[in-house]
Design a protein around this ligand. Structure first.
Ligand SMILES: Cc1cc2nc3c(=O)[nH]c(=O)nc-3n(C[C@H](O)[C@H](O)[C@H](O)COP(=O)(O)OP(=O)(O)OC[C@H]3O[C@@H](n4cnc5c(N)ncnc54)[C@H](O)[C@@H]3O)c2cc1C
Length: 860
């Protein structure tokens, strides 16, 4: 591409690692491409951030390109964590090797870009006055490339030397004999403070928020790591691509509270010694989701800081207390905490003594006036969106990206945004980006974009754009993932909280690099699901949602898939029952209740049935719920829904009596239904003795148990008693028709499959009997005068449609119905107490419905 070309296939903005590799891929694919770059050389982050101590905090062996096998042999890193000059040399080496500079226009800033919907091309404007026209416009502008202007009164008043870590002078700075202020204690400050202190006569650090940092222990790359890499570089890189954060690492299987305190501390010590950023929150599997677990880590850090820093007041000020470990980007340092033991270094805690103004000669805080020769601003970046929206981008119908993102960035996969066809972002918001080894995330995006452009060309298409639905649902999915963890609790730059006025949304995708790659690949495999593809031959809209399951449900299913368990319907009945018991034993126990009592009650055939009673902790008497467990009338018992019973008991403040009704195939239809009525009758008669309020009796159940509960409510009505004041039906079996839409949609997925339901029905009930309302309550002739109902159905459940149909039928019959259709949930997910956080709201609603049935006020 020549300097003067104005009409190209692709314009790439940015010549950091992303833009450089994208250029390589474009060339290889035969597209004409130009890179536009503000700086006068390649390197991006490593061109600009030349402050003392600047270095990567992901091991260099990992933080390097994988796309050039030769390069991996040619280049050897000198240290575990290479310093900025070495990383910049690496970028320059790659640029030389691949002759990249001939297609890069340096000292050229892109100022605006407009989409033309007629020509399907972008016009790109630059500050040099050159305009370019391109089909595809790729923003490789970096996540941490737009320095944040200091929001401090008087910032431009200081007449001494002013430096920004993000745009450090190329010939360095000598602080010898100077009185220096550093404002900020993020990663750049933590790296530079010890080196500035080594030169300066006096160093004063102004800290708003302390951060967590571990010693880098820089030096030669460990033999172990190098051996793993050298033994099989391809396998090593491949493992990184499918890992959680772009570095091959073992995934912890234990939570921090699952081991003894000694064991926990020993593992934290090992993490501290190992000195790898991702190891900090990778010691246990719940550090980023469980506040109590994270606290153990936080206290470990506090102890370390107190043991290093001599002055107790300074040590306390350096201990982060307002955020959990890992919820702001943690740091790697060399002698950071030790630096505060030097006599000429001082920390000013802005939380107790804020800056009132910067003066001509220094800094005034509320309590003190300081004089300085130099001020260093280490005040961070307008992360992830800053560089993108600083270009005035206008998409279809004159809409600007700034307007579209005014409430926070909205993207599909962090790669594209609706209304802006052919505009791609590398490591954009909504992708793993800054939560990962960026090199891995950059390469994945570059490859995906290059493959996509190739696909468009091969199929005679010239425009691609996400659909609104796909994009909205991706944003929801990413937010839902974020809300499962602690990261959203911090005022971090991940949340946009460091920039005044910036909308507070979690910017990166928190689901992990490997999972994200699977998702992007699947989008392609499914014919670019969620995209509109356009070309001379016409337009294809492949609308859809790539990840419709709630994120924790998806993770649970992935874990189960990895375990490779056989389907239940392939087991014998005994095996299936043992399997159910084992999975129950592995599940979290559910909340504490006041008391759990086991007892016996008479079943329909006179034989005794076991029951387990869960009593709330509050003073009784309490209303009673007769509860029927799930398990397809075949498996499970009065204890198998233990966690659900505990949870609903605690939340509804009602006694739960879980009944071990008879099971098929030993006792086929209508044994379970008959036992339901017998149990409810007995419970009503013994309400007082059980600690209940006579007349305050509801039924509840899950799946086949909800079938028993619904049938029992019908039969109690027909029998004239006992009085049932309400029914709570979670994913009920209400009909024997297995050809509904939800059976078709969910035939093979999500644990309860059509095959398993067939297995259950076959064991329970002859086909000839299945239309009986005692088996299919939806088929009852008269649904009037039944107790009010709360019916919960789940989007990904074969039983969804029959549950919905029952809710509608009851409503038509005049029965008050509260109907919750749980999006993104499966047949089993709402019962996974303590595992599926996104399902907790449904159980809260069920408990609320019970309290309403009983007319009770909430007990506190
Ligand atoms: C100090 C520091 C240390 C880091 N350490 C690590 C680490 O250890 N591991 C890790 O994974 N990540 C790290 N990162 C993140 C780092 O930004 C990425 O790893 C990676 O370098 C990003 O590459 P990029 O090409 O996407 O963006 P950048 O390197 O940021 O390059 C973007 C380029 O786009 C140019 N540009 C932007 N807007 C325009 C415009 N309008 N017109 C023309 N040019 C424009 C910029 O000048 C810049 O050169 C660090 C970041 C910083 C700031």
């Amino acid at each position: 591409m020549t300097e003067s070309s104005t009409d190209v296939d692709v314009v790439i903005v940015g010549a950091g690692f992303a833009g450089m590799y994208e250029l390589v891929r474009m060339r290889r694919a035969g597209f004409s491409a130009v890179v536009l770059e503000t700086a006068d050389d390649v390197g991006g982050t490593w061109y600009w951030n030349r402050y003392p101590g600047a270095r990567c905090d992901i091991l260099s062996v990992d933080y390097s390109y994988s796309w050039d096998p030769e390069l991996q042999q040619e280049w050897t890193w000198s240290e575990r964590y290479a310093a900025q000059p070495e990383i910049l040399r690496y970028a320059q080496f790659v640029a030389d090797k691949h002759d990249l500079r001939r297609d890069i226009r340096f000292k050229t800033r892109v100022t605006s870009a407009q989409w033309n919907d007629e020509t399907h091309r972008w016009t790109i404007h630059t500050d040099t006055g050159d305009d370019l026209s391109c089909r595809y416009y790729i923003m490789a502008t970096g996540c941490l490339s737009m320095p944040k202007a200091p929001d401090i009164e008087g910032a431009d008043r200081f007449t001494g030397e002013v430096y920004f870590t993000s745009t450090w002078p190329h010939d360095g700075v000598d602080f010898t004999g100077r009185r220096v202020a550093v404002i900020g204690t993020g990663s750049s400050a933590i790296q530079s403070i010890p080196l500035i202190a080594a030169e300066a006569e006096q160093l004063t650090v102004f800290q708003r928020t302390p951060n967590f940092s571990i010693p880098a222990r820089n030096g030669a790359i460990s033999d172990e790591r190098m051996a793993a890499f050298r033994a099989d570089p391809d396998a090593y890189r491949e493992a990184a691509r499918w890992s959680g954060a772009g570095v091959p690492m073992d995934t912890p299987v234990e939570g921090a509270l699952m081991v003894s305190e000694e064991e926990r501390t020993a593992r934290y010590e090992a993490m501290w010694e190992r000195s790898e950023l991702l190891g900090i929150t990778g010691t246990f599997n719940d550090t980023m989701s469980n506040a109590e677990s994270n606290d153990t880590l936080r206290h470990f850090f506090h102890d370390k800081i107190r043991s290093i820093v001599g002055d107790p007041a300074t040590a306390e000020a350096l201990c982060p207390t307002n955020h959990y470990v890992g919820t702001k980007r943690a740091c790697l340092d060399t002698n950071y905490y030790e630096t505060y033991n030097l006599p000429h270094v001082r920390l000013v805690d802005l939380r107790t003594d804020p800056i009132s103004t910067i003066t001509e000669t220094g800094i005034d805080t509320t309590n003190e006036s300081f004089e300085f020769d130099a001020i260093v601003f280490a005040t961070g970046f307008d992360a992830m969106t800053g560089a993108i929206v600083s270009v005035d981008i206008t998409g279809r119908d004159g809409v600007t990206l700034k307007e579209k993102w005014s409430h926070g960035p909205v993207t599909y996969l962090g790669l594209m945004t609706a209304g802006f066809p052919n505009l791609f972002m590398i490591t954009g918001p909504g992708s793993p980006s800054v939560l990962s080894n960026m090199m891995v995330s950059i390469e994945q995006h570059v490859d995906w974009i290059a493959d996509t452009l190739d696909h468009l060309r091969k199929n005679d298409l010239d425009a691609i754009e996400p659909t609104e639905l796909a994009e909205t649902k991706w944003v929801e999915h990413s937010n839902a993932f974020a809300n499962l963890g602690l990261a959203v609790t911090a005022d971090s730059w991940y949340m946009g909280a460091n920039v005044p006025g910036k909308p507070r949304v979690f910017l990166p995708y928190p689901g992990g690099v490997g999972r994200y790659r699977v998702t992007c690949d699947e989008v392609v495999e499914r014919g670019y699901l969620g995209f509109t593809l356009d070309g001379p031959a016409g337009r294809t809209v492949n609308d859809g949602i790539i990840r419709p399951l709630a994120p924790d449900v998806q993770v649970m299913l992935e874990v189960m898939a990895e375990m490779g368990l056989p389907p239940i319907e392939s087991m014998s009945v005994d095996e299936a029952r043992t399997f159910m018991e084992m999975s129950g034993a592995m599940s979290p126990p559910g909340p504490e209740v006041g008391e759990v009592v086991d007892g016996m009650l008479p079943g329909a055939d006179g034989a005794e049935l076991e029951y387990r009673l869960y009593r709330p902790a509050s003073d009784g008497p309490h209303p009673i719920v007769a509860y029927f467990h799930g398990g397809g009338w075949v498996i499970g018992s009065h204890t198998s829904d233990d966690a659900v019973c505990r949870d609903l008991c605690a939340q509804s403040d009602a006694i739960f009596v879980s009944v071990n009704y008879r099971h098929a195939p030993e006792a086929r239809f209508p044994a379970a239904a008959d036992d339901g009525l017998a149990a409810v009758t007995w419970i009503a008669e013994h309400a007082e003795a059980l600690g209940g309020v006579p007349g305050q009796l509801a039924v509840a159940g899950w799946s086949a148990g909800a079938n028993v509960a619904a049938v029992t409510a019908q039969r109690a009505k027909l029998a004239g008693g006992p009085t049932i004041v309400g029914q709570v039906l979670l994913n009920p079996v209400t009909d024997c028709d297995m050809n509904t839409g939800s059976y078709v949609d969910n035939a093979d997925g999500y644990i309860l499959t059509k095959g398993l339901m067939t297995w259950f029905w076959d064991h329970y009930c002859d086909p000839a009997d299945r239309a009986d309302p005692k088996a299919s309550p939806l088929r009852a002739d008269d649904l009037t005068d039944l107790p009010p109902a709360m019916i919960v159905t789940c989007e990904f459940d074969p039983l969804r449609d029959e549950g919905n149909a029952y809710a509608e039928a009851l409503t038509r019959a005049g029965v008050p119905v509260r109907h919750l259709q749980a999006e993104g949930q499966t047949h089993t997910s709402l019962g996974a107490v303590g595992v599926i956080v996104t399902g907790a709201y449904a159980r809260a609603e069920m408990a609320d419905a019970l309290r309403n049935f009983f007319g009770a006020t909430v007990r506190t």
